[in-house]
Design a protein around this ligand. Sequence first.
Ligand SMILES: [Ca+2]
Ligand SMILES: [Ca+2]
Ligand SMILES: [Ca+2]
Length: 240
Amino acid sequence: MPPEVQLRVVATHSRASERNRPRPHSMRTVNTCRLLVAIAIGFNSLLFNKLSAAETCPSFTAARTFKVGSSPYAVATGDFNGDGRLDLVAGTYSSSNVFVLLSNGDGTFQTAVPYVAGMNPVSMAVGDFNADGNPDLAAANQGSYDAPHASYTNSSVSVFLGKGDGTFQAAINYSVGGGSRSVAVADFNGDGKPDLAVASQGSWPDHLDGGVSVLLNSGDGQFQTPTILGAGIWAQAVVV
Ligand SMILES: [Ca+2]
Ligand SMILES: [Ca+2]
Ligand SMILES: [Ca+2]
């Protein structure tokens, strides 16, 4: 049985040397606490902030664990069933699924529901791609591992259209640059329709198929053939 995986959200105090460094008051307030997110072998775990008025740094209750597939690499949030409660979606690398966890509103979640993604998802994003008011999902899939060359092929981005009740249609997969690592959503051509950008590290031997793949939205939840922008080899992340 493949190992299950743990997502931990932990609040830590900054080191004393950092706290004592002169900085504007607003910066000091922000930097005295940090939020760390780590992924390790185990279960999906969430720790909830119990900040009180007297505290200067947030603390968290004990972790709660929610099972998903093997090797979750990415998590995103959205209200997938329209009940006003933030739900979760986790992309699990080894099982090539995305798992949707609907919130119960009390810090717990319903049993995760899997959807088949492309090979080895590593990044998730949420947007309304077909303008129906229901949040949709995008997963960047790193692709098939080419072990002899430590590289990836058949990389893609999976798009799941939401039905508004917490369930999703089957994925539509779009090929992108080799070894995709990250996906982001924004309207890149100003037509009011959210588009996708995927950062890819490229494939063996020269990694020149990598860069940033831009997929323009046709408006009905489908995307045009990507345009790959050269961003140098080993592109790892895209942020809008
Ligand atoms: Ca919800
Ligand atoms: Ca939608
Ligand atoms: Ca657009």
